[in-house]
Design a protein around this ligand. Structure first.
Ligand SMILES: Cc1cc2nc3c(=O)[nH]c(=O)nc-3n(C[C@H](O)[C@H](O)[C@H](O)COP(=O)(O)OP(=O)(O)OC[C@H]3O[C@@H](n4cnc5c(N)ncnc54)[C@H](O)[C@@H]3O)c2cc1C
Length: 351
């Protein structure tokens, strides 16, 4: 059976919900299709000790402040899941689960959204599928020869799974630093970063990152020089567990190795490290394969956009994948503004 709505939102994580909030306010008829069984987007799948890098009030979607988590300055992932669950109920957002979108196709005046449980026809589509389902691991010589286990960030849960093992953590961003800190006490840890770890000052957290992104947005809006992405501030927010492990001297980073052997890794100068497991904290790519039928893909696996609107298909908006769809749009507090812009532009288009 084919269903017809004004707008289909693909993905029911924080980005899809923020879009739903604004579409609802504008009185549009829409459906949110989400592949997962339960609410929360990527958040139910993260490691146990993960902490947000901002306090609750700075991690809120439009309309509803995230309440503080009792006893925690920086909420954990379960708190985010509870907040998102309550958010979609509060605003009665029409989320359909589990519905996986296979492809979006042009169908005359409409876009046809093919799913694993029937098709939807829509006058516009917002894609908000995140990056979690597309983990990225770099090509490193010898990777297939390694006899131990290899995991990506998405598969890591807790240190006791690796107690007493020789673990190599690869990655100098927040995931790499937090997972290395998590493992520093119970394993024989080697932390490898492609460049020297760059910590933000200890008193800086996600609030400063958001202020920076807001200043950038303002500069772009006013036609001033781009102030640059938040990466210019540093890569790693020194949340308490990272700071503790670093200050205890447990987070000494090694430069990137040159190849992987059957039993570990090797550097060009002859140094080696043995490993039972390598954990790749090497990032993600946007999950865009469902948009392939539209033929919009540009350089670096992205779809060229003006703000959130796809340049090659004005009925399509992209939300939450990273700075290329709006400064800080991949964060809880940052996605509200581009979601509002996308909803407004769609309302104008449909009028
Ligand atoms: C380790 C880590 C720590 C982070 N810490 C913070 C932080 O402290 N503060 C902060 O603000 N941000 C943080 N972020 C960034 C950001 O908040 C998350 O990446 C967030 O999950 C992005 O939300 P999203 O809705 O865009 O994507 P997701 O949460 O990934 O949601 C996308 C949804 O789309 C669904 N989907 C995917 N493909 C399809 C399909 N084909 N059909 C139907 N549904 C589909 C997925 O199942 C999922 O439910 C962190 C990110 C990571 C990875």
């Amino acid at each position: 059976m084919t269903q017809v709505v004004d707008v289909v939102v693909i993905g029911g994580g924080q980005s899809g919900l923020a879009a739903g909030y604004h579409l609802r306010r504008l009185g549009l008829d829409f459906a949110i299709l989400d592949a997962r069984q339960t609410p929360g987007g990527a958040w139910p799948q993260t490691w146990d000790s993960l902490r947000l890098f901002s306090p609750a009030a700075y991690s809120s979607l439009p309309g509803r402040l995230m309440p503080p988590q009792p006893g925690e300055a920086y909420p954990d992932a379960a708190h985010v899941v509870a907040y998102l669950t309550e958010y979609e109920q509060r605003y009665e957002l029409p989320v359909h689960r589990p519905v996986r979108v296979a492809g979006v196709h042009r169908d005359g005046e409409l876009l046809r959204v093919e799913t694993d449980s029937g098709a939807w026809l829509a006058r516009a589509v917002i894609s908000a599928t995140g990056t979690w389902s597309r983990p990225f691991v770099p090509a490193v010589s010898g990777r297939t020869e390694f006899q131990g286990a290899q995991l990506h960030t998405v598969e890591y849960r807790r240190p006791r799974d690796f107690a007493g093992q020789k673990v190599i953590v690869v990655g100098g961003g927040n995931s790499g630093a937090q997972i290395a800190a998590d493992l520093a006490y119970d394993t024989e840890l080697t932390w490898v970063t492609p460049r020297e770890p760059r910590y933000l000052a200890d008193d800086i957290d996600g609030r400063a990152l958001f202020d920076h992104a807001t200043a950038r947005r303002r500069a772009l809006d006013e036609g001033r020089t781009d102030t640059g992405g938040v990466a210019s501030l540093g890569d790693i927010v020194a949340v308490a567990p990272v700071r503790a492990a670093r200050d205890a001297g447990l987070l000494k980073a090694q430069p990137m190795f040159d190849r992987i052997t059957e039993t570990g890794v090797a550097w060009a100068d002859g140094m080696t490290a043995e490993a039972d497991v390598i954990i790749w904290c090497t990032g993600f790519r946007p999950a865009l394969t469902h948009l392939a039928p539209l033929g919009l893909r540009g350089p670096r696996g992205r779809i060229p956009t003006d703000g959130t609107q796809a340049l090659g298909e004005p009925r399509l908006h992209l939300l939450g994948y990273g700075d290329w769809t709006g400064p800080a749009s991949a964060t809880l507090i940052g996605v509200g503004r581009p979601a509002r812009e996308a909803a407004r532009q769609i309302a104008d288009l449909l009028r």
